[in-house]
Design a binder for this molecule. Structure first.
Ligand SMILES: *Cc1c(COP(=O)(O)O)cnc(C)c1O
Length: 497
């Protein structure tokens, strides 16, 4: 999300000259930063916040001040809310750093960025294939089969409706808004958090451009029944394509449940998106879209350009983009191979199963799947108990005080009375870390259980004031209270990704 909240109202912009503190003696000399950064006048000045300063500052000073400010950030490794990669090997980190100055859009100048994959054969392979070197000139780069980009599937059509389930990630709402596509939702219920194939297919009319199903929903990590939708479409002889949003599950399901059919083995599936920076194991900034065959990527969306020094075809919404993450993805694919990905995904699934078991022992109600039937995450809620005076949000806050970020949510529309917590098991979440987390969850519960109603009320007020603190403000004053999105209309919390 854009950090609109950081944009200040005019009356919040303080003239920082007026904030200079009168103190002993004069400030250090303008150019006196030889002692070290903290002996220079910069250390005793306020950081420029609202205006670009007139004068330069030495690079060591700028770097140190920013580093110090960033040290207040949470520890990404303890952020169990996010699917996004927090660990890569040093070897590739170095190569990625060395590639910062490469623009992905200039791939004509950087031949290795332009590896053509072997065309995907339609029915007989899992969707994720290692890029292959193939004969140059066979097609324009990989556009026909693969597309690497910073963004996700933009399922464009000339008509109107797109059917999907209401726990969709917000990117789908955005796409529908930007391209003026009418959305039709299959709503979740208190006991079903995935799409109902029949309801989805019943929503189709002559203007429907596609059905979007999710492999690894944001809330509970479940794999939706893509085959069920496919088979109904075939049975009823309906000409409507399926797009699979496999942002989170595209690099998991092929390794943990290879027999699950959700990809091009199903005839109605024409495109799939997957986030390289989730279980593709690359740092944030890369996503992929794969089309079944060239005819599904409309010709009129591919633009031929020659002003970057060579003829090239462009299919992107954004133009320039760093190439480092594409290189990072290439490394992970050849470094790990299918065996490596399988080993990692199987380990994560085992750890998720262990965590599930331990949370069940604590009485939690588990809302996610185990044994690889869904993503390696655990979604759970507190057991129903009328005497309990705290909720999932209080547990989340307790864990936060111990450094862990474990989000509490309200469920998707029509089941939003349900609150849940979610722990995403990422590559660097080893069993040892899992045990530390479990210890802290037990402590958090003990602490909350030892509070009586009066204390809990005070604690809730404390959480509330913490949330209301300007530093935790999430929306910009000019844009808060929007009523157009699923969240604005229904109070659904958007899952964190
Ligand atoms: C994360 C996620 C997205 C968005 O993907 P990004 O790579 O973070 O842009 C879309 N859909 C689902 C199901 C997701 O989990």
């Amino acid at each position: 999300m854009v950090h609109l909240a950081a944009v200040k109202k005019d009356d919040e912009v303080v003239d920082h000259l007026a904030r200079q503190v009168e103190s002993i003696g004069g400030p250090p000399d303008e150019n006196d930063y030889y002692t070290n950064v903290y002996g220079s006048h910069f250390a005793a000045d306020h950081m420029p916040q609202h205006e670009m300063p007139e004068r330069e500052m030495p690079r060591q000073v700028a770097a140190r001040l920013i580093k110090d400010e960033l040290s207040l950030d949470g520890n990404p490794k303890l952020n169990l809310a996010s699917f996004v990669t927090t660990y890569m090997e040093e070897e590739i980190e170095q190569i990625m750093t060395d590639s910062f100055s490469k623009n992905f859009i200039d791939y004509e100048e950087y031949p290795p960025l332009r590896r053509d994959p072997e065309p995907l054969r339609e029915h007989d392979r899992p969707p994720l294939q290692l890029p292959h070197r193939s004969q140059r000139g066979k097609c324009h780069g990989y556009f026909h089969h693969w597309f690497l980009g910073g963004h996700h599937a933009w399922y464009l059509g000339h008509e109107e409706a797109l059917a999907k389930q209401a726990a969709v990630q917000v990117c789908w709402e955005k796409a529908a808004r930007y391209f003026d596509i009418e959305e039709r939702y299959v709503y979740c219920t208190d006991s079903r958090y995935v799409i109902d194939p029949k309801q989805a297919v019943d929503l189709i009319d002559e203007n429907t451009i596609g059905i979007c199903a999710i492999i690894g929903t944001t809330y509970t990590g479940e794999y939706e029944d893509v085959k069920g939708i496919n088979d109904l479409l075939v049975e009823r002889n309906i000409d409507c394509p399926i797009h699979v949003d496999a942002a989170s599950g595209g690099f998991v399901a092929p390794f943990t449940v290879p027999d699950l059919e959700w990809d091009f083995r199903l005839e109605k599936v024409v495109s799939i998106n997957v986030s390289g920076h989730k279980y593709g194991l690359v740092y944030p900034g890369v996503g992929w879209v794969i089309w079944r065959s060239p005819e599904y990527l409309p010709q009129e969306l591919v633009f031929n350009i020659n002003y970057l020094g060579a003829d090239q075809a462009s299919f992107t919404l954004n133009f320039s983009k760093g190439a480092a993450h594409v290189i990072g993805q290439y490394y992970q694919l050849i470094r790990l191979g299918k065996h490596g990905y399988r080993s990692i995904m199987v380990n994560l699934t085992r750890i998720a199963d262990y965590l599930t078991q331990e949370l069940e022992k604590l009485g939690m109600i588990i809302m996610s799947q185990s044994k690889g039937k869904g993503l390696p995450l655990v979604a759970f809620r507190l057991p129903p108990n009328n005497n309990r005076v705290f909720d999932e949000f209080a547990v989340a806050h307790q864990l936060r005080e111990r450094g862990w970020v474990v989000p509490a949510y309200t469920m998707a529309p029509h089941s939003e009375k349900l609150q849940l917590m979610r722990i995403v098991i990422r590559e660097d979440f080893s069993m040892n870390r899992c045990d530390s987390l479990l210890t802290d969850i037990k402590l958090a519960l003990q602490t909350l259980e030892s509070m009586d109603e009066g204390m809990i009320a005070k604690y809730k007020a404390h959480i509330q004031s913490h949330r209301a603190h300007p530093r935790n403000k999430r929306t910009h004053h000019a844009y808060h209270g929007e009523k157009h999105s699923l969240q604005g209309k229904t109070g659904k919390t958007h899952g964190v990704c």
